[in-house]
Every structure is written in C-alpha cells, then in structure tokens.
Design a protein around this ligand. Structure first.
Ligand SMILES: Nc1ncnc2c1ncn2[C@@H]1O[C@H](COP(=O)(O)OP(=O)(O)OP(=O)(O)O)[C@@H](O)[C@H]1O
Ligand SMILES: [Mg+2]
Length: 357
C-alpha cells in the first residue's frame, strides 16, 4: 500500500466561532510524506485546525491548498467538501460503528465508494496488515476489542482508501502506557512505509518529539513556532515554546556589557540572542535536567537552596528547591538529597536559553 504523497499548505487561515477568534492567521505547511506534530495547550485551536483541513470547518479567511489544488479559499468562496478531499481521520475516541465488525468498520469507506468485493477484501487485509490487527480480532465488534485494537481499526479505516493526508487527533490519549508506546511506534512505521503526509495533534511533548519530522507549536489560535523537533527542544526562538517544552526554571536578570547578569549574582554561561539591548531585562530558562546539585562549600558557583520536596520518578528524582530563587532539578535516584538538606544548584554550562523578559 503506497499513498500518493501530497504537500498541504495552510495560508493565512482565520476562523471565528461566535465572537471568539479560534484561529488567527494560521500559516503552516505540511511537507509531502512527512509527519508534522501539532503541539499546544488545551484550547489552543489544534482540533479546529484539523477540522479546517478535513473540510469540517469553513475558515472565514485564508486558503488551504493540496499541491496545486485549492481545498478552500475564503476570498473566492471555494470550498471542497470533506468527502471529496481524500483525508483520513483518526480521533482520540475511536468513533467506530458499534454494530459492525472490525472488518466492516475498516471496509466502510470502500463500501461507500462501491469498490468491487474482491478488491475490497484485498485492501482491507492490506490495511489490517499495516496496522497489525490480528486476524482473530477482525471479525469482532468494537465492544469485544481492547482500546488499542479499536484504535488500530480506526487507523485501518483511515488508511484503507489511501488518503492524500492523514489527520490524527490525540489518537493515543485514551490508551494505557504500554499500548500507547506500541501504537506510537506502529503509527510512525506505517506513516513512513506508506509515505502518507500526516498531521499529528497532541499535547504530549514526548510523543511529539519522538514521532515528528517537523513540529509546530500552537497557542491562542496562532502557530507560535515551527521547526525540527530537536532544534525547537534545544533552542526555541520564543520563551513560550521553551516553557512549553519543559524549561520550567526561570531566572531573571539583565543584559549588561554584552553578558547576562542575573539578579541573584550568579554568572551564567549562555549565548545571548541578537537584538537584545544593553540594560534590557532578560529571563534565562532551564530544564530540570540542565542543573545539578553540589554540596555547600564545594566551591562551585550556583544558588544556595534548601530542599523542599523530593519526588520519586523511577530512574530519577525531581527535587524542589527554595532559596534566593525557586528551582526544580532532576537528579539520578541514587544521589537524591533529603528534604531540609542544604545544597547548591549549579547550571550546567551552555544550556540556558535567554529571552527578553
Ligand atoms: N462551537 C464552538 N463555539 C465557540 N467556541 C468553540 C467552539 N468549538 C470550540 N471552541 C473553542 O475554540 C477553542 C479551540 O478549541 P480546540 O478544540 O480547537 O482546542 P484544542 O487545541 O484541540 O484543545 P484540546 O487540547 O483540549 O483538545 C477553545 O477555546 C474552544 O472552547
Ligand atoms: Mg483538541
């Protein structure tokens, strides 16, 4: 099963529902054959953007194009209906027909299109092969399938007519951890194998980082930043994205004589972005694993703090600290301090991201 790869461009798309601006001038390109993850907090507009692509919502302005074909263009009133777009959709809730077998659920898009029986049998079998649904499960109704199996049926149904674009809206959110990991790997594998262009909505940053060729972060109806997952993770251009990707330690300071001087009198080794003026207030952002703990009096420069909480997380421990500043630091479980202990938190050199405050 190979799909006809297709590049999809969203250009200046805005959408209001009632008085609310849900999408605000969204520009986003889904590259042909790539998986783009759309990441953002609840209410950011992710599902709405997906509905715009599927043809389930009509933008008030802007265009959506698939290759050189227009799917919607608010300025001319052009709007291609959902069925005519060839888009496969997978939701968080599996949305299967309860009284149809797994096989008939997956076959449904082909029955609607009046595909001959022998071809239908072949294509459903190929789709089930792709999503790895065991043969024994294919004759059962959804109620007799596990959540993971139901989502595999929904995936097979989305893939069976070889869509130009595959849209996935938090498809793993209802699954337990082992199922989630297995299906995550399978979605990635089948996306690569079929070469289908995909948009994968999630608010789980680990999922997005693990799966995506390209990452788009959305907030308040806008695309805040796009890029390769690793580039965004290591060096987001905006503080909002850095925070969203886990940089929860914030240290305030000011840019002075070409360096960053923090309020707490600790020097920080960091590269300073262009465009910051001397005297301008800055914030340095660090992830919990970008700091380490040292003993007081060890001579290492950092923030003297008291341990206020120790949270066990398996292979590591998350330590809450209070002193001149409040910090959260991840340390290996074996070297965990005790609550009440005094420690020095040291920033690992080179990790801090500096932004205008
Ligand atoms: N029919 C509607 N009328 C008015 N506002 C709506 C309507 N549907 C959605 N919204 C609002 O639009 C905003 C974006 O919703 P959307 O479902 O796209 O968010 P999301 O990013 O998918 O969030 P989540 O991660 O929770 O699924 C939300 O604030 C929501 O309340
Ligand atoms: Mg949503």
């Amino acid at each position: 099963m190979t799909m006809k790869p297709c590049r999809v461009a969203i250009e200046g798309v805005s959408l209001d529902l009632g008085a609310a601006h849900i999408l605000r001038k969204v520009d986003l390109v889904l590259e042909q054959g790539k998986l783009t993850a759309l990441l953002g907090p609840s209410g950011a507009g992710k599902t709405t953007l997906l509905k715009v692509l599927a043809g389930l919502e009509r933008p008030g302005s802007g265009r959506v194009r698939a290759e050189d074909l227009s799917w919607s263009d608010a300025s001319s009133g052009l709007f291609v209906e959902a069925q005519a777009r060839g888009v496969g959709l997978v939701f968080q809730s599996y949305a299967l027909w309860p009284h149809l077998s797994a096989f008939e659920n997956a076959a449904f898009p082909l029955r609607v299109r009046r595909v001959p029986e022998s071809e239908l049998q072949e294509r459903v079998a190929a789709a089930f092969d792709l999503v790895r649904l065991p043969l024994a499960a294919q004759g059962r109704e959804p109620a007799a399938l596990s959540g993971g199996e139901q989502q595999r049926v929904a995936l097979a149904r989305a893939l069976v007519y070889e869509p130009a674009l595959l849209l996935l809206d938090e498809p793993l959110a209802n699954l337990d951890a082992p199922n989630r990991e297995a299906l995550r790997a399978d979605i990635r594998r089948l996306q690569k194998r079929t070469g289908v262009t995909a948009l994968y909505v999630t608010h789980d940053q680990n999922e997005a980082l693990a799966m995506a060729d390209s990452l788009a972060v959305m907030d308040g109806g806008r695309i805040v930043e796009t890029g390769e997952p690793r580039a965004l993770y290591e060096r987001a251009r905006s503080a909002l994205v850095a925070r969203f990707l886990g940089a929860r330690n914030e240290l305030r300071g000011v840019r002075r004589d070409g360096a960053v001087v923090l309020d707490c009198a600790v020097a920080l080794e960091a590269s300073i972005p262009d465009g910051l003026l001397d005297g301008e207030a800055v914030v340095a952002l660090l992830r919990p694993d970008e700091l380490e703990l040292a003993a007081p009096g060890s001579g290492r420069q950092g923030w003297e703090c008291m341990v206020t909480s120790v949270e066990f997380a398996g292979d590591r421990v998350r330590v809450g600290l209070e002193g001149e500043v409040r910090l959260v630091v991840d340390v290996p479980a074996r070297s965990a301090p005790a609550v009440g202990e005094r420690v020095v938190a040291v920033a690992r050199p080179g990790y801090a991201r500096i932004y205008p405050a």
